[in-house]
Ligand binder design. Structure first.
Ligand SMILES: N[C@@H](CCC(=O)N[C@@H](CS)C(=O)NCC(=O)O)C(=O)O
Length: 259
């Protein structure tokens, strides 16, 4: 059976789980050893030690976008990409925006609210910036959706499974799309799909016991990965001190250097 190295909270993992479920591909979710870093099979599949990574027998694939492409070619039906080159480019651009811009905002909100990287005035300022950015990107997405029922067009697909992890996470963090908006109605429609509902249910359940995490981070046992757009978000949005503090306390890390 296909093995999916994952963490139930990862929006990149959500994309892949929804795609596999939509195509009826059975998979075994496997949580790698992030903290100990001793998981040789995971390191073999994902040299940067990031989830998701897919193990399909003789083939291993890392990075959610590359995994989605692999899934679409390996199990072509039902197709998740729309039919025309222009529509395909459009949903891939939505995916890129959500992966590299929207995701960072939600990740930063989690760092502040759940992992308590900032408190008091700094926390308030960062969460206000995040809320403004989410309102902006949601307005952009609302225009991209237009009057269509789905980002893919007439039916659910790649565009929707790429956007929903971001809009859902923002909504859970108290920044839902405006009530009654087309984006809000789309979110309700897409959350009701079994592939999406089961994926998000697993995420919610995984948060039991999360009150331990700030302590694990403070102690340096659990290092959070700051890289790319996430690192940029902190610097750009007023959280440079969080980065410097994390470096001093040795509880953040950058990209793993593949060996
Ligand atoms: N570009 C990658 C990003 C994957 C990624 O950032 N995964 C995070 C979880 S959301 C991760 O595994 N981070 C490693 C860590 O936090 O130690 C993809 O699209 O799959």
């Amino acid at each position: 059976m296909v093995v999916l190295y994952e963490h139930p909270l990862s929006p990149y993992v959500h994309k892949v789980k929804i795609a596999l479920t939509e195509k009826g591909v059975a998979f075994e979710p496997r949580l790698p050893d992030f903290v100990g870093g001793q998981d040789a099979a995971f390191a073999g599949a994902s040299p940067r030690l990031e989830v998701p990574a897919l193990d399909d027998g003789a083939t291993t694939v890392f990075d959610s976008t590359i995994i989605l492409e692999y899934i679409e070619e390996r199990w072509p039906t039902p197709a998740l990409l729309p039919a025309t080159p222009a529509a395909r480019a459009r949903v891939r651009m939505l995916e890129e925006l959500c992966d590299t811009y929207y995701e960072a905002i939600n990740w930063a909100g989690f760092e502040v609210r759940v992992f308590q990287r900032a408190t008091g005035e700094l926390a308030g300022r960062l969460l206000k910036r995040a809320a403004e950015q989410i309102a902006g990107v949601n307005a952009y997405l609302e225009r991209q959706l237009g009057d269509a029922p789905y980002f893919n067009g007439a039916s659910f697909g790649w565009g929707d499974l790429s956007v929903v992890p971001a809009v859902h996470a923002a909504a859970l963090g108290d920044n839902p799309p405006p009530a009654g908006s087309r984006l809000a109605r789309w979110l309700d429609r897409v959350r009701a799909r079994p592939s999406v509902a089961t994926t998000f249910q697993a995420a919610t359940e995984s948060m039991a016991g999360f009150e331990m995490i700030p302590q694990l981070i403070a102690s340096g046992i659990f290092k959070r990965q700051y890289r790319d757009h996430r690192l940029e978000w902190m610097v750009r949005s007023g959280g440079l001190d969080i980065v410097l503090d994390g470096l001093r306390r040795n509880n953040i890390r950058f990209t793993t250097e593949p060996q």
